[in-house]
Design a protein around this ligand. Structure first.
Ligand SMILES: NC(=O)c1ccc[n+]([C@@H]2O[C@H](COP(=O)([O-])OP(=O)(O)OC[C@H]3O[C@@H](n4cnc5c(N)ncnc54)[C@H](OP(=O)(O)O)[C@@H]3O)[C@@H](O)[C@H]2O)c1
Length: 293
């Protein structure tokens, strides 16, 4: 089997990608502060922000393809530590694209819907990025820098994701379930819209992207929904009253990073390539059935 290198193996998305890819690839994963063991995959510990270490790891493995999911993906952390997070989110991504260029292998990058300012959704791949926070800026710089050093890089813009957290990653869904069941009552925005997908669907989309030609692909879900509406669906599936959720607006909760109001993605391009995530409620029913047992 050919070798696939997945960065961010200990993260939410990387863990899903590795499990999805193992059927068809000899998978190598990179993690850093959370060493994980994934049966059937080879996991290495490397700081990708240190170029000599990244290069050595890459040359030791000599992968046939790369899916790059490692990042500091919390916008508030990026806002508070722009230099440190830029080294990972932007510079390391560009270095990795350079290594893929030298090896002439497919390179898939995980970007974000937060490259947009949220005032003109739904966004297609032809819309111009205009981020409102450091995290979005770092991803735009990575997209452009990776394209410069390796035009064959496939940029996948992902929406809010939910699902099984894997062995160590934090996940929005689990904290929401805990808050709905044990309190404190969750406060969710009625004026922040996304097109969420499950980690499994995202992993499937990234595998499609590995075979893709287009430079940019949006991997959004079928429904544009507010965080509050998403919470209501979770409450419905759990059998918890919707009144457990406190609705609020973005302006009611201060955070270091500014948040765009509506970054729903138009994903027709990916849909035409076979990316068809199920409705959110179906995904949740499947996931929460697993959670209950
Ligand atoms: N989660 C979402 O809703 C969402 C939405 C849109 C886009 N995205 C994008 O999707 C991708 C995956 O996000 P995620 O939620 O899976 O993130 P995550 O759970 O926070 O995982 C991040 C991963 O990056 C690794 N990492 C961070 N710094 C590293 C370094 N210097 N060297 C090596 N590895 C490093 C972490 O390893 P250790 O923990 O072992 O240090 C971890 O495996 C990211 O590109 C993110 O921007 C995520």
């Amino acid at each position: 089997m050919k070798k696939l290198l997945v960065t961010g193996a200990s993260g939410f998305l990387g863990w899903h990608v590795i499990h999805h890819a193992m059927r068809h690839w000899d998978v190598y994963g990179i993690c850093l502060s959370h060493p994980v063991a994934i049966s059937g995959a080879s996991i290495l510990r490397t700081d990708i922000s240190r170029y000599p270490d990244l290069k050595k790891c890459f040359l030791d493995i000599m992968p046939d393809a790369v899916i790059h999911t490692a990042a500091i993906s919390d916008p508030n952390v990026c806002e508070q530590t722009p230099a440190q997070t830029s080294a990972i989110n932007t510079q390391a991504s560009i270095h990795l694209a350079g290594l893929c260029a030298e090896a002439d292998i497919p390179c898939v990058f995980t970007s974000t819907d937060l490259v947009f300012d949220g005032t003109d959704a739904p966004y297609t791949e032809d819309d111009t990025p205009c981020p409102v926070n450091h995290y979005g800026e770092q991803k735009v710089l990575a997209e452009n820098g990776m394209k410069n050093v390796y035009p064959s890089t496939v940029i996948c813009r992902l929406p809010l994701m939910f699902g099984d957290p894997g062995p160590v990653a934090k996940n929005y869904l689990q904290s929401l379930i805990r808050a709905l069941s044990e309190g404190p009552q969750p406060k969710l925005f009625i004026d922040e819209y996304r097109t969420p997908i499950s980690g499994r669907s995202a992993a499937h989309g990234l595998m499609i992207a590995l075979q893709a030609q287009p430079p940019i692909i949006h991997l959004g879900g079928p429904t544009c929904i507010s965080r509050y509406e998403f919470g209501c669906l979770v409450a419905d599936v759990l059998g918890v009253p919707r009144s457990t959720i406190i609705s609020c607006r973005q302006k009611d909760i201060e955070m270091p990073a500014k948040r765009p109001p509506d970054v729903c993605l138009d994903s027709h391009r990916a849909n035409a390539m076979g990316f068809c995530p199920r409705p959110i409620r179906e995904e949740l029913e499947c996931l929460l059935e697993v959670c209950r047992h």
